[in-house]
Write a protein that binds this ligand. Structure first.
Ligand code: SF4
Ligand code: SF4
Length: 275
């Protein structure tokens, strides 16, 4: 994650907060050294809005020794794609990109003209880049946005639910689950085999609630320290039911919102810290 600055103000934004941190020069050097030390098959740059951080992203990319063997992707709000040419120019300002993921849903639609979706898709197609969309839903009805998007072209659309974090708390637009779905107890963290770096905080397997809401307890300034932590050991090896059992947490008859992996994970580790 390159920084929190963004030119949109979406009503569900997970990263919306007063702090405006970005990666420091020391953090950029740390990331380059860690990427070069490990086998990193893909890098995903997220914000904030990534296109506001082209210089920092390029500094990282230029420092990677085996960049040709690494897939590079950004997530963007697409604000720059006013025309296909403008979209191409911005994409080409990155040292190397293989893939562009656009965030688009009813929240982003308040700020992003739909023509930008078409322009960004067309630009990626011309440049031979993969294109996909991440669509965040407040209710199943919001999936209608996928239909509109597929009117532009054939590309993958990842669907995720609004979580109770960031602006979604004050705007009360978190996804409402009908009942507690026990199947979640057999699932594991959806971010397995990936590591996130948060500016000013550090490394974490968590890309969601624990990293953003409880960073001091679930991120580490050194990658090796994080990989050795009890938190990483539990999340990377066990299902949520198994973690709850190991931490002696009762997970029977929970509220409906704990049907989501991240909500349940936050519940278990918060309880685990109290017990
Ligand atoms: S574009 Fe992304 S980072 Fe910016 S306000 Fe919207 S959700 Fe937040
Ligand atoms: S909150 Fe838990 S399940 Fe969700 S990404 Fe973080 S570690 Fe994984």
């Amino acid at each position: 994650m390159v920084g929190y600055a963004c030119n949109f103000a979406c009503a569900h934004c997970i990263t919306a907060r007063e702090k405006r941190e970005k990666l420091t020069s020391a953090e950029i050097r740390l990331l380059i050294s860690q990427i070069n030390k490990h086998t990193v098959k893909s890098l995903l740059f997220v914000g904030g809005e990534t296109s506001l951080y082209v210089r920092d992203i390029n500094t990282i990319l230029l420092g990677i020794r085996k960049l040709d063997a690494t897939k590079v992707k950004i997530t963007t709000n697409g604000h720059f794609a006013i025309t296909k040419t403008a979209a191409k120019e911005k994409i080409l300002s990155f040292h190397r990109l293989n893939s562009v993921q656009l965030s688009y849903d009813k929240f982003h639609a308040e700020f992003l003209p739909f023509r930008n979706v078409r322009n960004l898709y067309a630009a990626c197609k011309d440049l031979g880049l993969e294109f996909s969309v991440i669509l965040t839903i407040e209710s199943p009805l919001d999936i209608v946005y996928a239909k509109r998007l597929w009117g532009v072209g054939k590309f993958p659309i990842g669907i995720q639910k609004v979580l109770q974090i960031g602006k979604a708390v004050s705007n009360k637009n978190a996804y409402v689950f009908p009942s507690f779905d026990k199947k979640v107890l057999k699932r594991s963290c959806p971010n397995l085999n990936r590591i996130k770096y948060l500016p000013g905080q550090g490394f974490s397997i968590c890309c969601s609630l624990l990293a953003y809401k409880h960073a001091d307890n679930f991120t580490h300034t050194s990658l090796s320290k994080h990989l050795r932590s009890r938190f990483y050991g539990l999340v990377s090896k066990y299902s949520f039911g198994e973690i709850a059992h190991l931490l002696n947490i009762n997970v029977k008859n929970l509220e409906p919102r704990y049907s989501h992996e991240c909500n349940l994970c936050e519940y278990i580790f918060k309880k685990g810290r109290q017990s």
